[in-house]
Design a protein around this ligand. Structure first.
Ligand SMILES: [Zn+2]
Length: 128
């Protein structure tokens, strides 16, 4: 994974400092970032875009990689897991158009490493 330490720090701060995945055994505080759509080894850096990244703890980050379909479906409902589209560019667009749910149930469009927009503020329209 080639997300820089600086970008990780920004994304963690953007998302409030806590792991959004909140899987069983979650450590709470976020130490890293998780790819909503899995970049995959040797994958395109397109999916390293901050819209595809969420704050995560190391435990959930690892657990998601091995998660089974029921867990992924729950994460998908919360906007934290994005299905791959035909191309990385389309997958990134899907991530931009899908708000991510915070721990308080609020939903946010992830704009950049430092900016997110509350889903209600744009009336369901995508701010791009
Ligand atoms: Zn966690």
């Amino acid at each position: 994974m080639t997300v820089s330490v600086g970008t990780k720090r920004q994304v963690i701060a953007r998302d409030g400092g806590f792991c959004l995945l909140a899987l069983p055994g979650c450590l709470g505080e976020a130490q890293t970032t998780d790819h909503r759509a899995n970049r995959g080894s040797g994958g395109s850096p397109v999916l390293d875009h901050p819209a595809n990244l969420i704050a995560a703890c190391t435990l959930c980050n690892g657990a998601k990689a091995d998660a089974r379909s029921l867990v992924l479906l729950d994460l998908e409902e919360r906007g934290l897991w994005i299905r791959k589209a035909a191309t990385n560019e389309e997958t990134l667009q899907r991530a931009k158009e899908t708000p991510a749910e915070g721990l308080d149930g609020q939903r946010w469009f992830l704009v950049s490493a430092t900016s997110r927009v509350h889903a209600s503020k744009v009336g369901g329209a995508v701010p791009f």
